[in-house]
Design a protein around this ligand. Sequence first.
Ligand code: SF4
Length: 911
Amino acid sequence: MPDTSAVTASVCPYCGVGCGVLIETTAARVTAVHGDPAHPANRGRLCSKGAALGLTMGPQGRALHPELRRTRAETRAPAAWDTTLDWISEHLVATVQRHGPDAIGFYISGQLLTEDYYVFNKLAKGLFGTNNIDTNSRLCMSSAVTGYKATLGADAPPACYDDIEHADLFFIAGANPAYAHPILYRRLEAARASARKPRVIVVDPRRTLTAAEADLHLQILPGTDVALFNGLLHLLLWDGKLDYDYITAHTEGFLDLKAAVHQYPPTLVSQICGIPEALLRQAAQWFGESRAVLSLYCQGLNQSTHGTANNAALINLHLATGQIGRPGAGPFSLTGQPNAMGGREVGGMATLLSGHRDLANPAHRAEVAAAWGVQDVPAAPGKTAIEMFEAVRAGQIKILWIACTNPAQSLPNQSLVRAALERAELVIVQEAYTTTETTAYADVLLPAATWGEKDGTMTNSERRIARVRAAVPPPGSARPDWEIVVDVARRCEAALRPDAPSLFPYATVEDVFNEHRALTRGRDLDITGISYELLESGPQQWPYRSGETVGAARLYVDGHYPTPTGRAHFYSTHHAATAEPPDARFPLILNTGRLRDQWHGMTRTGTVTRLFNHAPEPVIELHPQDLQRRGLSTGDLVSVRSRRGAVTLKVDASDSVSVGQSFIPMHWGSQWWNGLGVNGLTQDAFDPVSKQPELKAAAINLEAANLPWRLMVMVDGGADHDACDLTRLRRYLEKFDYASCGRFGSTHEGLILRAAHRSAPSADLLASLQADLGLQPSAELMAYEDRARGMSRLLRVHGGRLVAVFLAGDITGFDWLQEWLDAGHSTLETGARLLAPSALPPRATPLASRVICGCENVTEAAIESALKRVNAHEPAVYGYLQRELKCGTGCGSCGPEIRRLIADRTAAATG
Ligand code: SF4
């Protein structure tokens, strides 16, 4: 037999670090994924998410064939590609002709490849003539874009990853790279362990793991970033730490800035930000005395109604101290998504044009129109993400084409988003998975190829373009995104410009890249020196002009900026309150953000069982004092309300949030949890310049949920992942007052449904659920019923193995069951314990405990138990744990949490 094994170099599809991966395949199946040692972003390492990529290539939930419903009265049914694309094209053309081009809108994604992004933009702006094309990058990086443009003149992060090895102060603001950019954090850990011993300051309302490990944590009140940055500049100015040579030679607007920051004396800033003045002074001193300061920042600054000001105020600090354009120095925004940068390069937003051009600039529009061969591109900015869904809800946008993103989970204020999706005349969803919240609203589902199945390029946070390569063919008749767009475009242009040459003459994805490349000539991001052929030798940074032999690692090394004057511009700005400050009715602030092992709405990571073990279900974190004040304990169910909606979930005492604040991860939507998910609570107020919504500061209240009837259902698939199809549990989520579902297991593959209700639900509902789990009366069924106590326990044994457990009513005392099942204890013993009148927790089984180290499956309980056996200080203790338990010896994502457990133990021991 011929050897069909291969190794394909590509890029991780998750965060903006952009790690290189090697995909191993045999007979067109992915068998393993490893870090690429040759890739400069990660040098062979992967985090917990990247390391699990090989497990995401199964068939579960994949969209395999086009589906179409011609009217809302119909159910979507499979259709041929030609039929589907003809039908879409006819409707697009008819709508443009009847209502004008602005009656259609495109909502696309920072996870698309640059070439996909490019053709979508050309279709919208070039062929149809609408700028109504926006992207989920609006939720992620648009404030970074406007912050850079307002100060440095172009949307270009000036620093690079190698600067981590040169900085002597890391100023991390509104970012938690220990969770959100783990491989970058590994580099930071290595830098801190070096002889240089750089310092770390973290600015964050939460005491994240990144903050806990910092030399200085400025735990500011949410939304006070501008006051802090202005206050730091005030002190630096006062202490004579500004670089006046740099200010004079390379900037403008300093006098206005000076007058503005004069209004931020330390006492006032300390009050506004809620931090001790001494810490503010300490931060200013370190900033001022450091040779090279590297700021790393992300959604904490961006997802704000003052996002542009937050970004610009931080950049002011760098410009005023000359901390830019040198090794180790610069304001470096970390991109949340893998190709947020590529999307920006092709102008993939309602407010941008190809090659970092501006819609508002007539010369820029003329350049793009000439290159595309169209008369013009529209001048008026299109609708940005929130505005677009408002326009759909108002009936102004009639056709919405959504690609590679899940707005019915990720946009704030979900009730309005879903009302818009209901109102749209036609919703086209181009998507690799059928399981997203948004596909439920699709009139047309276009099955797209996904990571590992398609070709193109992506650009990571440090402006590095890398080739993304297909290692296996897409399943069913799924197709690469750019091909789908081009096929629709050609059909539409046959109707809209029948005698003109095609605007979409591409034979390959490389043709698309080459056209995009030509549009960057002479621009700040000029990539005319980069080709697919060059990318065979490895990823390359821009700018990389034709004739050059290497791209620029750092920007602005000569102090010249891409502004009309060649000078960077100080952006004077002032502190202002968040859009929804807490009040008597909604006294708590809700923050949202990422977890370590999940990605966005969990469409892909949610297919991997082991990625649930670190955080198995959605919880709201609250300070212990806030719990105590409300008479709550960890694990209680609470009802959380904002002005927009309500959710029910468990509460967790956590001192990582301050009194009066709370945190819910961004990941769980209505595929995993009943209701609208966390974005049922968040607000859609946005920054007036960047139009990025304030996802990190909503006012909420919270009270105990009185739901005494409980349900726990577990399905154990043994080693068979495919037996664990969540769809059979998902349809029950909406039936209970509270419900969440997920996966569990490290040695086994299991599914779990947790639910609670105000009283026992109908017998029919429970019978239906039991039937779906094969729990009808049979020789395989064991049952215990205590009607007086409202208990019902059912067990199904198949082939000598326990395959399903159903516990209803009073289920107190079964916390041990999940680990017990995962450990594969005998069916006989499990049955005896479950069918006894009272729960019989086994003595030797540890309590339910989170898995800290996913590579070696080491739980928090196991680490705490080992810590009791050792009496030494970190790092000796860390080494001991590595030897004893093997935790922290794999991808390293668990390192910060292990160190925190050690520190907590040390703090407890020293009183
Ligand atoms: Fe992927 Fe993790 Fe690297 Fe981000 S840090 S690109 S999620 S492997």
